[in-house]
Design a protein around this ligand. Structure first.
Ligand SMILES: NC(=O)c1ccc[n+]([C@@H]2O[C@H](COP(=O)([O-])OP(=O)(O)OC[C@H]3O[C@@H](n4cnc5c(N)ncnc54)[C@H](OP(=O)(O)O)[C@@H]3O)[C@@H](O)[C@H]2O)c1
Length: 162
């Protein structure tokens, strides 16, 4: 199955100048909890946004149109969505983690949404693709804890395809 994992602000902003527009460490912990031990699929720019290279304990699959794009040995490069099936098992939960074009690419395939809604407006240059929530059911909703390092109100939601 295919799942989307992302965080967005009130206006569906997800990125700014190649990075996340906010600092919200609790969401990074949540992202890790949700994605560890699953393959993660991302666009080349999202891969380049990781400060420490590939994310551990997950098969990192990067999509680029450039067949010569260099990735570390542990990382799979694909040039076409159709190549994904060569690298995943039928019972894998494949975590598509962005950015916007990659979410759009898998829009018709997605079965589950792990969404962090941040109740704040940020400046950004990258937006989430549109999602038809009438085709999904909210199965979990949890208020995020705020503290001095997590200063914006936020909610974790999980939606399953109807
Ligand atoms: N808030 C969140 O949850 C979240 C999640 C992910 C990312 N982000 C943010 O979003 C921004 C990055 O996202 P982005 O949308 O700009 O870029 P992206 O989707 O990460 O990467 C775009 C690149 O992916 C490749 N690509 C896209 N469609 C393709 C296709 N159909 N076939 C083959 N390759 C394809 C291309 O690489 P080539 O140019 O190499 O061909 C393209 O330039 C950053 O600011 C990041 O921090 C936020």
């Amino acid at each position: 199955m295919i799942s989307f994992v992302w965080a967005e602000d009130k206006n569906h902003i997800i990125g700014e100048k190649g990075h996340l527009p906010w600092s919200l460490p609790n969401d990074l912990h949540h992202f890790k909890d949700v994605t560890v031990n699953h393959p993660i699929v991302m666009g080349r720019k999202t891969f380049e946004s990781f400060p420490n290279g590939p994310l551990p304990k997950r098969l990192n699959i990067v999509i680029s149109k450039n067949p010569d794009y260099q990735v570390p040995d542990s990382v799979i490069l694909i040039n076409d969505k159709a190549d994904l099936k060569k690298y995943i098992q039928p019972d894998d939960e494949v975590m598509v983690i962005g950015g916007s074009g990659i979410f759009k690419l898998f829009q018709d395939d997605v079965d589950r949404l792990y969404l962090t809604k941040i109740d704040h407006e940020f400046t950004g240059d990258t937006k989430m693709c549109s999602i038809d929530y009438s085709k999904f059911k909210l199965v979990e909703k949890k208020e995020g804890q705020m503290d001095d390092k997590n200063i914006y109100p936020y909610t974790f939601e999980t939606w399953d395809k109807l």
